[in-house]
Design a protein around this ligand. Structure first.
Ligand SMILES: *[C@@H]1O[C@H](CO)[C@@H](O)[C@H](O)[C@H]1NC(C)=O
Ligand SMILES: *[C@@H]1O[C@H](CO)[C@@H](O)[C@H](O)[C@H]1NC(C)=O
Ligand SMILES: *[C@@H]1O[C@H](CO)[C@@H](O)[C@H](O)[C@H]1NC(C)=O
Ligand SMILES: *[C@@H]1O[C@H](CO)[C@@H](O)[C@H](O)[C@H]1NC(C)=O
Length: 429
């Protein structure tokens, strides 16, 4: 396995880093020291950056301990078992959890059967951890636990897929006139409601978590991405009061180029934009998110999840046809060490470092490796096409295959089984 190209720090990278204000580094270094002394100070120090800060919901006087009883827990995960390390097992008797046609909430970008996928093999796999068994997904338990509560997914289209998956896993328990799905704010917010439970499961579009020029859920640019430093509250104000938060962000950071970071505001006439490497920019976002969570979420009553990078299969780098992608792939990658050659490794390192410092106990859903085996599970050409296909494209289907998103039912149901396991049976750490 090679180190991802983006992780190589060039001389230019050093110059760029030097452009960050030194007071920031000083302050961060200072905060870390202070945090070790007493967790509560962290909030005070970071409070200086974002004056809109409101009082944190539970300013407990004791420092946050890692051994706390997690909210929503009904049991404990098996000691020492890493549920993200395992293998895929074919299991036609228990998979899929639902049929594509049974779940009206799946967006046409993910309904592979409806769009002509000729087989359903990708629906028949179950994740088997090496060291223990996963608890079976119990929709009743999940819905009962959400009574009077809000669960929200925040992130990009991959997180939207996981959001839809969990609704598909739950909605059968609710009769038709007792549930609804609505969108607000130009589709930035999608809300599924289970009326009798007074529960909502929501999706909030924020592909960078921070404010960016890609925040319109419908019309967003792929190129020339600009992310605004220190802007987490712009979206974060819509996440307050949520009981279970599930974040993701990755795809939009990986452009093959440095990221444009805006200091100041998008309304400024003179915009000051600096360039950061993908890793440094991503680290900035992680720090902002962790800061927001520490300040706004109550670790005794709420839970925060972060789903790791969803892998793509567009380079045939698993030893298949050179240049081949997920098109026409119906089998799994069997090499347990397969990882892919993009920037996932360096981003994973950033996540590990930043989450390791977090005051708030974030539950990490490390789905990258287990998903990377699933070159068969992408939507490929079996999805709604926004634009008519050209004769050249039609002659070469691989050229327009979507090797980023995943068919439902499918892989993302497993992500939610893992979320279920971690929500109700967290490890003691
Ligand atoms: C699912 O959860 C409900 C509510 O906690 C419980 O009554 C039921 O026994 C569980 N079902 C299974 C199969 O474990
Ligand atoms: C319904 O749930 C919301 C939280 O989503 C809560 O604030 C409210 O008090 C609940 N209402 C009732 C009647 O239980
Ligand atoms: C799809 O893959 C199979 C082998 O798995 C091959 O025989 C077939 O020709 C491929 N079809 C297309 C259209 O590429
Ligand atoms: C996630 O899992 C991979 C192996 O699948 C591991 O290398 C990596 O360190 C894990 N990441 C974190 C942050 O724990």
């Amino acid at each position: 396995m090679k180190a991802a190209p983006l992780s190589s720090s060039s001389a230019a990278g050093v110059v760029r880093k030097a452009r960050l204000p030194t007071y920031l580094y000083t302050l961060l270094a200072f905060s870390v020291v202070v945090a070790i002394i007493h967790g509560e100070y962290l909030v005070c120090i970071f409070g200086r950056f974002e004056p809109t800060r409101v009082t944190s919901p539970s300013p407990s006087t004791t420092p946050v301990k890692k051994q706390r009883e997690m909210a929503f827990a009904v049991g404990k995960g098996e000691e020492g078992c890493d549920i993200f390390s395992g293998r895929w097992v074919r299991d036609e008797s228990t998979r899929p959890h639902y049929e594509e046609s049974e779940c009206p909430y799946i967006q046409p970008q993910l309904t592979c059967q409806e769009h002509g996928r000729p087989e359903t093999e990708y629906q028949k796999w179950r994740w088997q951890p090496h060291g223990c068994d996963l608890p079976s997904f119990n929709a009743t338990l999940m819905l009962e636990s959400l009574r009077g509560k809000r669960m929200m997914f925040v992130g990009d289209s991959l997180n939207r897929g996981q959001y839809v998956s969990i609704i598909c896993l739950l909605h059968r328990l609710i009769p038709p006139h007792k549930k609804s799905m609505q969108t607000f704010n130009n589709d930035a917010l999608t809300v599924f409601r289970a009326k009798d439970y007074n529960a909502s499961i929501e999706f909030y579009w924020a592909p960078f978590l921070l404010e960016s020029n890609s925040d319109n859920a419908v019309v967003h640019r792929i190129s020339e991405r600009v992310v605004r430093k220190g802007s987490i509250n712009k979206h974060g104000k819509h996440w307050k009061g949520v009981d279970i938060l599930v974040f993701n962000t990755y795809l939009w950071w990986v452009t093959g180029q440095d990221m444009n970071i805006l200091k100041g505001s998008f309304e400024d006439d003179q915009k000051e934009i600096i360039q950061l490497s993908t890793e440094d920019a991503y680290r900035m976002a992680m720090k902002s998110m962790l800061k927001w969570v520490t300040r706004n979420m109550d670790p005794d009553k709420t839970r925060v999840f972060f789903t790791s990078m969803s892998p793509t299969h567009s380079k045939g780098d698993w030893g298949g046809e050179p240049g081949g992608n997920c098109y026409n792939q119906t089998t799994l990658i069997e090499d347990p060490n397969y990882w892919g050659t993009d920037s996932r490794k360096s981003i994973m390192k950033v996540i590990g470092e930043e989450f390791g410092k977090s005051e708030f106990p974030i539950t990490f859903l490390n789905i990258t490796q287990l998903s990377s085996y699933r070159k068969d599970a992408h939507t490929s050409i079996y999805k709604k096409q926004w634009n008519p296909l050209t004769p050249e494209q039609l002659a070469n289907p691989a050229s327009y295959a979507d090797c980023t998103h995943w068919c439902l039912p499918g892989l993302q149901d497993t992500w939610n089984e893992l979320l279920f396991a971690k929500l109700f049976y967290p490890n003691s750490t």
